[in-house]
Structure formats: structure tokens, C-alpha cells
Design a protein around this ligand. Structure first.
Ligand SMILES: [Mn+2]
Length: 471
């Protein structure tokens, strides 16, 4: 029994550090079953997780898994790939011959590296901990590709990396190239690309000789419709992300004052995230005061806030891989000026009208038209310069099937805005330089929607009251 206790403690520590989240290994397994059910004989799906991205010197950016890969595995480790097939295939690699429909390639345990980089699940424990059929050393991935492509017709790849839109085959090549043959991480991306190109060309030649034509498709064809409709577990995580973000918005309302810097508000916001278990933002926090409120994806957050200005705060906590996306625009002084209030209420009314139009089957484009028509009618339509809505989930601009419309279980934002340039002489000076956006998160139901962020102060009155009631 003597050696038993440390082992159990070790496993407990491992489980708590794996960030499997509140989605159980069984649910990840069910997702894989659902993916496989959509594959035809000869289809393979390969999901790669994100690379570790180099920051500077010996420092890398903090790793975040690829959304598709995580959706199908729950694995929060770099250097990993998932391979699924509809019917059993045989993979010969790493001195093993394995037959099945699910193969996870991941890093082998390495006590020395783990001292530096943290614990790894490892090949031996992965099948049980992740409920996956087969696990192999990622170093064998390149070797295994031949087995994977053997008898394959179509290979689906997750192409969110690299984040660009070159032709599909180039993406496929670049993606395959990302996993270097020996499991090491080459520093030079060109070398990485060259290695991968060479391997893929060889594979293509080989399959061509066998009289087969290998085609590549985006894994989104299969995964996007699944990710589009959220399960109850996913909705609970999204609600938690939204609640934490709401708490952050309230914290910002209470802290906001002329004289402080945008990054000080950001600090308060992100403190609330971490304090509540949301480990990072789902996208860079936007804290934009005065003229910066006109910059849609502003992220410098380094300006001193002046009296009388508006502060546009567009933020989202990421909780267990699911992100909120909520914008509030607040007055630095705690009171909107008449001109600010007037513009604010037009934006609010545009949001209310779009909300009232939500029903299953309506498109985000149609919702946009509702808001735009209203803003046009009050003379501010030309200052509404972005889309009204987007889908929300693991990615802040989440995936959707082609031609998606609002369906029960889909989650989306409604975020009208008015941005009047500082030098716009077609309006009175008191309106110039005003930027207002209001953004909330919603889940569609059978007969309407649930306003997931409804508890966060949103009207002029609610915001002023929150800002002035003290802590
Ligand atoms: Mn948004």
C-alpha cells in the first residue's frame, strides 16, 4: 500500500490539470461517434490541434487547443492529432499494428520535459482518461499517414490553421506539415512547410500509382453543423462565461472614472475572469474611450480616459473553452450627456427591434436589416458600419453550416452600433466622435429566444444607477 497513495494523488493532480472541463469524456466520445456516423466508406477525418506559437526568444504564447480538435477529444495538449474513419482501418506505426476507427496521436510522457512544461497524459493513459479507442505516440504520425491514406478517398482536415484562405490543397499541405516527423518542433516555419510538402507529394504519387484519387475537404463540413447547435452542457458553460463577463462589466462600471487608463479598467475586468475560473478572454478585451470607441477592434487599451467621454467595453470571458461576447458603452463621468443618451437610445431601440424579430428560421442577415431599417429611419443608418450579429460558441465568431438560420439551440449576438466620425460636419458638433455599441448574447428556442445576458445593466438608467450606487 505504501506506494499507492502518491500514485492516487498524482492521478488526482493530473485530472485537475487536464482541463477536461465539465464536458465528460463520454460526451467527447459520443461526439466522435456522431462524426464517424457521417463519414462514408473511404472517408477519413484528421483533426490537428493548434501549434505552440513562438512569441520571442525562448518564450512561446500560452497554448490554446484548436476548437475542432478539442470538441472531439477534450485534450488540452499541443502536438496532437485525431484520426477517425467510418469503418475500421489498420494503422502500422511505432512498432504497433492497430485496427479501429479512432486514433489519437499525442506526446509520450517525458518526466524531464514534464518538470519544465507540465504534466502530459501520455499514450498509455489516454484511452482510459479520454475514452478513446487507440492512442499512439505523435512521433509516429508521419509514418502512420501512409496507413491512414491507404484505401482513402476523401480526407477531411480542420483548416482553421493557418488562418488564411489559400486553395484547399495548400492548406492541407501546410496543415500536415505542422506535425514534424520526429515530434520535434522546428523553429523555422519554411522548413516545416517544405517537409510537409515533400511528404504529401510522395503520398499523392503513391496513391495515384494505386489508381486512387485522394481529395481533401474541410472538416467544417462535418463539424460545423454539430458545433452550431449547443448541447445542454455547452449551454451551461456559455451561461457561466456570460455571467462572469456580466460581473466584469459591472466591475468596470463601478471603476470607470476620468483620469484612469483604459488598461486599468481592463485589469479589473480580467481580474473578475480569473477570480471566477475563466482563465482567459475569448478574444482581446476592447476598452475604448473617446475617439477609440470608433475603432471596431481596438485593443491597445493604453489611453487615459477623459471627463465627458464614453467608454466602449467589448469583452468576453472564455470559460472551459466557451466564450461570451458582450458590449456596454458607459459614460466616464457616470452620466450620459444629452447627445450621448440620444444616440445610445437609438442603438438600444435597434437592438430591441432586432430581438423582437428573432424566431426559428430567420437569418442573421434579416435581423441586420431590421436594425438597419430602424437606424436609417432616425438618420443614423450610415454610421452602423458592421454586421448586427454572429454566432457564438468556442470561437467568438463561431462556425455555422452554410446558409444557417436561427435554430433552437443556436447561440448568437445582437450588437447594433453607431459610430460618428469626429470630423463629420453633417451632424452638430455635440454628436461628433460618439461611438456606441450594445451587444448581448442569445439562445434561440422553439418559439423565440432566451436573452442569456439579460441581467447585465443595459439601459441608460440601469447603467447610471450601477455607476453611481457605489461598491
Ligand atoms: Mn461580437
Amino acid at each position: 500500500m505504501g506506494g499507492r497513495k502518491p500514485q492516487i494523488l498524482g492521478i488526482l493532480a493530473l485530472l485537475s490539470s487536464m482541463a477536461l472541463g465539465q464536458i465528460s469524456p463520454e460526451q467527447f466520445s459520443r461526439r466522435r461517434t456522431e462524426i464517424k456516423a457521417q463519414l462514408k466508406p473511404g472517408d477519413r477525418i484528421i483533426l490537428l490541434t493548434n501549434p505552440v506559437r513562438h512569441r520571442n526568444g525562448d518564450v512561446d504564447y500560452v497554448f490554446r487547443p484548436d476548437s475542432d480538435f478539442w470538441y472531439a477529444t477534450g485534450l488540452n495538449e499541443p502536438m496532437a492529432a485525431l484520426v477517425l474513419a467510418s469503418d475500421p482501418i489498420t494503422i502500422k506505426a511505432d512498432d504497433r499494428t492497430l485496427t479501429g476507427t479512432e486514433f489519437l496521436f499525442l506526446r509520450e510522457r517525458d518526466p524531464q520535459r514534464e518538470v519544465w512544461e507540465g504534466r502530459r497524459i501520455g499514450v498509455k493513459r489516454a484511452p482510459e482518461l479520454l475514452q478513446i479507442e487507440h492512442a499512439l505516440n505523435v512521433r509516429a504520425f508521419a509514418q502512420a499517414l501512409e496507413s491512414i491514406f491507404h484505401q482513402a478517398d476523401t480526407v477531411y482536415l480542420n483548416l482553421s490553421w493557418p488562418n488564411a484562405t489559400p486553395p484547399l490543397h495548400e492548406l492541407a499541405e501546410a496543415t500536415l506539415a505542422y506535425l514534424p516527423p520526429d515530434g520535434a518542433r522546428p523553429r523555422n516555419p519554411f522548413e516545416r512547410l517544405r517537409n510537409g510538402l515533400g511528404r504529401l507529394k510522395k503520398l499523392r504519387k503513391k496513391t495515384a500509382r494505386m489508381g486512387r484519387k485522394l481529395s481533401f475537404k474541410g472538416a467544417g463540413e462535418i463539424l460545423n453543423p454539430m458545433r452550431f447547435i449547443k448541447s445542454d452542457e455547452e449551454l451551461a458553460l456559455l451561461q457561466r462565461a456570460i455571467d462572469i463577463t456580466g460581473q466584469s462589466q459591472v466591475a468596470a462600471m463601478k471603476r470607470a472614472a476620468a483620469g484612469i487608463y483604459e488598461y486599468q479598467l481592463q485589469a479589473d475586468i480580467e481580474h473578475v475572469y480569473k477570480d471566477n475560473g475563466a482563465r482567459r478572454p475569448g478574444f482581446p478585451s476592447i476598452v475604448a474611450s473617446g475617439p477609440n470607441s470608433l475603432i471596431l477592434h481596438y485593443q491597445r487599451n493604453d489611453r487615459q480616459i477623459l471627463d465627458g467621454e464614453l467608454i466602449l467595453i467589448d469583452i468576453g470571458a472564455e470559460y472551459q473553452m466557451y466564450t461570451a461576447d458582450i458590449t456596454r458603452t458607459i459614460p466616464a463621468s457616470g452620466h450620459f450627456s444629452d447627445a450621448q443618451e440620444e444616440i445610445y437610445n437609438h442603438v438600444l431601440q435597434a437592438q430591441e427591434l432586432a430581438m423582437a424579430a428573432v424566431k426559428p428560421g430567420i437569418s442573421l442577415r434579416e435581423l441586420h436589416a431590421v436594425a438597419k431599417t430602424y437606424l436609417d429611419s432616425v438618420g443614423y443608418g450610415q454610421y452602423f458600419i458592421h454586421g448586427l450579429s454572429h454566432w457564438l460558441g468556442m470561437d467568438v465568431h463561431d462556425v455555422r453550416p452554410p446558409g444557417a438560420t436561427i435554430q433552437p439551440g443556436s447561440v448568437f449576438t445582437i450588437e447594433p452600433g453607431i459610430y460618428i466620425p469626429a470630423d463629420d460636419e453633417s451632424v452638430e458638433p455635440r454628436y461628433r466622435g460618439i461611438g456606441v455599441r450594445i451587444e448581448d448574447d442569445y439562445m434561440a428556442t422553439e418559439d423565440g429566444y432566451v436573452h442569456l445576458s439579460r441581467h447585465i445593466p443595459r439601459t441608460v438608467e440601469e447603467i447610471e444607477q450601477t455607476m453611481n450606487e457605489g461598491n
